[in-house]
Design a protein around this ligand. Sequence first.
Ligand code: G16
Length: 560
Amino acid sequence: MNQEQSSLVLQSSSNFSPPKGVKLSYGTAGFRADATLLKSTVHRVGILAALRSIQTKSVIGLMITASHNQVSDNGIKIADPNGGMLSQLWEPFADSLANVADPFELVQLISDFVSKEIIPLDNVRSAEILLGRDTRPSGEYLLEAAKQGISSIKGAIYHDMGILTTPQLHWMVRARNMGMNSTEHDYFQQLSHSYRCLVELIPDEKKVSKSNDIVVVDGANGVGGDKLEILRELCGDLSIEVRNSSKGEGVLNKGVGADFVQKEKVVPSGFGRSDVGLRCASFDGDADRLVYFLVQPDSKLIDLVDGDKILSLFAHFIKEQLDALKDNELEKPCDPYHPRLGIVQTAYANGASTAYLKNLGLDVVLTPTGVKYLHEKASEYDIGIYFEANGHGTILFSDTVLSWLEDRNSELSSACTGSEKHKAALRLLAVSKLINQAVGDALSGLLLVEAILLHTGWSIQKWNELYKDLPSRQLKVKVVDRTAVVTAKAETVVVQPAGIQEAIDTATAKYRHGRCFIRPSGTEDVIRVYAEAATQEETDSLANSVAKLVDQFLGFGSSQ
Ligand code: G16
């Protein structure tokens, strides 16, 4: 790194000293902490994004958001050239960058990394970063910090895309790097067009009047509801009522939103007795998660239709289309290519969902929590469907399967246009355009769920009956140092601290159909506890007893 560049970084960084006595780490989805601690981290991630852009000769995205966390938190997510999360190979650099205190050491760290990665800093033609933020008030000053970080690398420029959902920004980055139209308007056009395409492909006999069939959406008091209102106008007769948009009085994620609904299994603010029987859905704070729910007759509790159920609905639909496309043995020549359909879940997946998917004959694999892991695994299939129970997921289509579908489409449109086989190819092509190929996206997920429900003629109740969830419970335990917990086997086993896994096993063995695991959260300063058992009472009892163990081994002893 030459003298001029070193001085630029040094000068810019002098306005952004890291907070003393705080260690920040790149977690499940980037950096996340109380917003007041993050200025220097965001500034430095601006530098990192510029370097990544130079190295990959591509556009990179930075999204200022803390997603499902409380409004006083904030964070930063980094979108790589393909629109996915930052390459895991760069995470150690991100960690060191966030924590180095001395400005000269910071310059040295960057200089060493630039040499190691052979990043041509002296000859920067273009480095381009797209910036987005959610509705948090702290987003404004953090965005400014990111801008200054980017500008401290010579030749790097940014485009401020304004307030967006996280998946919109990831989509834009991917589209830009693929040379496609990439504005927010293009995003809305692509989603609404492919949704309408799917609806037009519904067989006439299945088309029923749905004029009073409404979906009521909780926008978590964040950006998602606002964007959905725009999208709704482009989707024809899709009837959507948005509540808890960012324009109301409510606080972001407080008593509302996908994380609240999924974890607490109670009705979010703004919903109640008049919603009993209606199809309801919830987004999280940056609209990368989607869950559905039904308000129970007591108007307080809900029947949760979570990410696992969305995954099952998608898997059922995709498999149906692939089956329709199979040539029967009498057809000559018989197409030898069969796309591999794979399902990716985490340990949080309800046991009943995994059993259902395996029963459909599907290949199901588990990864650790975090879209970065699920996405990577899903991309190994021709069509990979991944979902976390919390509602974060999408469907990935490989280039091979897309060109096969295009070929089948042209072949079938001349031979047997309008046949079910032809429509199956068209439906899969429409799904590949509707569902976000970069990251889980509540807006595109909602449109696909709605299109599939129309296609099948299923109510939410019928969809919910695909399988019956095993009772489950999730708890959070505040501990002294959550990094003391180290897990293995896709987070199903704790290897550190010694002895705790044996204690968890002993507790679990006392319950019928008991299953329990713990893991450190990568977005909040807590240990998460997940339990399943034969009844809700037994599940709650198991979760509580393991939470006590966590507290005894690692906590403040508050539950003793
Ligand atoms: C992020 C990740 C998700 C993960 C969630 C919770 O979601 O993108 O993959 O499931 O955090 O992670 P943890 O249990 O480690 O706190 P979001 O929507 O908060 O960005």
